[in-house]
Design a protein around this ligand. Structure first.
Ligand SMILES: *[C@@H]1O[C@H](CO)[C@@H](O)[C@H](O)[C@H]1NC(C)=O
Ligand SMILES: *[C@@H]1O[C@H](CO)[C@@H](O)[C@H](O)[C@H]1NC(C)=O
Ligand SMILES: *[C@@H]1O[C@H](CO)[C@@H](O)[C@H](O)[C@H]1NC(C)=O
Ligand SMILES: *[C@@H]1O[C@H](CO)[C@@H](O)[C@H](O)[C@H]1NC(C)=O
Ligand SMILES: *[C@@H]1O[C@H](CO)[C@@H](O)[C@H](O)[C@H]1NC(C)=O
Length: 182
């Protein structure tokens, strides 16, 4: 009986990658995104829906959050790494409330405050479940340009505010470009 054997091999080969794939992610309220990408570092996924009519994107960024830490996802319309990153950063505040800040990074020792980005943020929120953070946001897609550099990160809190992430290993590789039409 060759068929069951081949089927088993296929299942054995496929299921580990399916388990890690962004395709298996689900969202509260049965929110559906048209596309997703499993990011190569920090066990993160990014889901999005692009609306060409108004040049906006709805995104959901999901990643494990370090205990007493933060996660962030950013578009960088003007560069490739941290400098210029228009970031969404999520963490638990000292009173336990979940905070999602939008913050434009202009130095390697940024003052992390909730502020304006170089493009409009129509909404942002976060959800923490099982030590995994999901950042939801609706953004103006800068210049309606569908290929943009992205950066994502995770790090610790210090005195209740986001502090520097690791500067070795996967934390310095977690950048690339995203094609919102793919
Ligand atoms: C990513 O997942 C792997 C396998 O579960 C784990 O060993 C690793 O610590 C995780 N990394 C992060 C940054 O969560
Ligand atoms: C953009 O357009 C889509 C439909 O194409 C709509 O669902 C969405 O609410 C609009 N977003 C904003 C921020 O106006
Ligand atoms: C955004 O670009 C698409 C083509 O890529 C175009 O169809 C759409 O009209 C543009 N939207 C805006 C608001 O300029
Ligand atoms: C953020 O943008 C809004 C609307 O453009 C403006 O009223 C506000 O002053 C800006 N805030 C900062 C901190 O620049
Ligand atoms: C919680 O996270 C762990 C590790 O990522 C995973 O194995 C487990 O299935 C998750 N539990 C739920 C209820 O999602």
């Amino acid at each position: 009986m060759a068929t069951p054997f081949i089927l088993l091999l296929l299942l054995a080969g496929i299921s580990p990658s399916l388990a890690q794939s962004c395709l298996s992610d689900t969202f509260s309220g049965n929110q559906i995104y048209t596309s997703c990408s499993t990011l190569p570092y920090l066990n993160a996924t990014i889901h999005w829906s692009y609306h060409p009519d108004n040049a906006t994107i709805d995104i959901a960024y999901r990643a494990p959050i370090p205990s007493n830490g933060w996660v962030a996802w950013a578009l960088n319309p003007t560069g490739q790494g941290m400098i210029g990153a228009q970031s969404l950063i999520a963490f638990s505040g000292s009173d336990g409330a979940l905070l999602v800040y939008s913050t434009a990074i202009s130095s390697y020792t940024p003052d992390i405050k909730d502020g304006n980005l170089s493009f409009t943020v129509y909404s942002k929120s976060g959800e923490l479940f099982n030590e995994t953070m999901t950042i939801f946001a609706t953004l103006e897609l800068p210049g309606n340009s569908t290929t943009v550099n992205q950066v994502w990160q995770a790090g610790p809190l210090s005195n209740g505010v986001p502090a520097q992430h690791a500067t070795t290993g996967d934390n310095i590789k977690s950048a690339g470009s995203i094609d919102f039409l793919s």
